[in-house]
Unconditional design. Structure first.
Length: 424
């Protein structure tokens, strides 16, 4: 274990009061959004019986998120990111209430289906706009709340909390819909938004470094130039984008489980949960033993393992072997996430954290969305096994290219005195 992790307790970063408040906000946000997404998808399909209505839910949130993320990153660095986070997150409360009222009105037959759909998608569009603003603020606020030596553990803890809530939220959503109905479930999501907002407003007021460039275009160019000038940052984002774009097989799991493994819904559910379980177990270990020695080499090994798991998965023909491969894939992915999030806090100057977080967020979100589309198109024209083999091979090529261009970074180790020049 590194000198850093031996000098601090495994959970000593939780003693920072405002970081604990931010963690509470993250848990409420994750639960509220996922429960709300499941609730809306369930209710819309019950009403329309049209799969396209479900696809539009993701589209109307994704497009404004991407469009507003750059602006959100700019204002996070230009103004007080904590106040922007507090106010923008609080705006989610009336929008969640509006969704509840619209679904209630439709249930009472006081609203026609076309108007109901128009209002629903409009509110989801506004929620996507707000998410594009508060996400860079949230992701760039954490380094101001904790000491530098705790960055790696805090990044692990944040990812671990997200993973736990991502597993629990669908379970809670199903139980709530079954036990208290749609109205009761909407009430729970509104309560979660209120609790998350309360946690943010309990944080101590603070000031942040001033942005030197007042022009939005020049400040964004400064951030993109900075990423290109920092090989570790640039190639970390490239690795994540290429791995999820080429190597993501979760979008094809329904097809694979049905046509290759001949499983029913219960078997598919087990497969879909396996990567999350592998990720959860690995992150639980990384909280105590954060990756800090030879961090770049560890990242390359993790992404290489992720690509190999994609190729291995094409050869499995039994449920248990598929579960093992997906567990390993989740473990490799979690290591990659923790290291990338640590570097995103460690390398950029604090006055640039918002814009760098916004750029990374756009690539991550776009990679996931476009990767699922790419996998589906490849499976359509090449069938599922060749599609996975091509994707896994391209992921391996991406790792090989990154290794060839970053050999000088293989021995890099995080240290409290590390600065930007150490990763130039």
């Amino acid at each position: 274990m590194s000198a850093i992790s031996s000098s601090v307790g495994s959970f000593s970063f939780l003693r920072y009061r405002d970081f604990s408040r931010l963690t509470l906000n993250q848990c409420c946000l994750t639960q509220a959004i996922l429960i709300q997404e499941i609730l809306i998808a369930y209710a819309l399909y019950q009403l329309t019986k049209n799969p396209i209505s479900l696809g539009l839910v993701g589209v109307v949130e994704f497009i404004p998120f991407v469009c507003f993320s750059i602006f959100g990153g700019y204002i996070a660095d230009r103004f007080n990111r904590q106040k922007i986070l507090q106010w923008s997150f609080s705006c989610s409360i009336p929008l969640a209430l509006a969704l509840w009222l619209i679904f209630y009105a439709q249930h009472q037959h006081n609203l026609s289906t076309p108007f109901f759909l128009a209002f629903t998608y409009s509110i989801l569009f506004l929620l996507g706009c707000i998410r594009g603003i508060y996400s860079p603020c949230f992701n760039s606020l954490r380094p101001f709340l904790i000491a530098r030596e705790h960055y790696s553990q805090a990044a692990t803890w944040t990812a671990l909390c997200w993973q736990i809530n991502a597993i629990l939220a669908p379970i809670f959503a199903g139980l709530l819909i079954a036990r208290v109905g749609i109205n009761g479930t909407f009430a729970v999501t509104v309560a979660l938004f209120i609790l998350g907002s309360w946690a943010l407003w309990q944080m101590q007021a603070r000031h942040f470094p001033a942005l030197q460039h007042h022009s939005m275009i020049s400040s964004l160019k400064e951030a993109t130039d900075f990423i290109q000038q920092k090989p570790m940052l640039f190639w970390a984002i490239f690795l994540d984008l290429s791995s999820v774009f080429f190597g993501g097989i979760l979008a094809l799991l329904p097809i694979f489980s049905s046509e290759i493994l001949h499983l029913g819904a219960d078997g598919f559910g087990v497969l879909r949960a396996a990567p999350a379980v592998g990720s959860l177990l690995t992150m639980s270990f990384l909280v105590k033993f954060p990756p800090q020695q030879h961090i770049w080499r560890t990242l390359l090994i993790a992404v290489f393992g992720f690509a190999c798991c994609t190729l291995m998965f094409t050869q499995v023909r039994h449920l248990y072997s598929a579960i093992i491969v997906l567990l390993m894939m989740g473990a490799c992915d979690s290591i990659s996430i923790v290291i990338r999030q640590t570097l995103l806090q460690w390398i950029p100057p604090k006055a640039m954290l918002g814009r760098v977080a916004a750029i990374n967020g756009i690539f991550v979100t776009s990679g996931n969305e476009l990767g699922a589309l790419q996998s589906s198109i490849m499976a359509r024209y090449f069938t599922i096994i060749p599609a996975m083999l091509i994707g896994g091979s391209l992921s391996l090529l991406s790792v090989g290219l990154t290794y060839a261009r970053t050999r000088n970074l293989l021995q890099f180790t995080l240290k409290p005195e590390s600065n930007d020049s150490s990763v130039s």
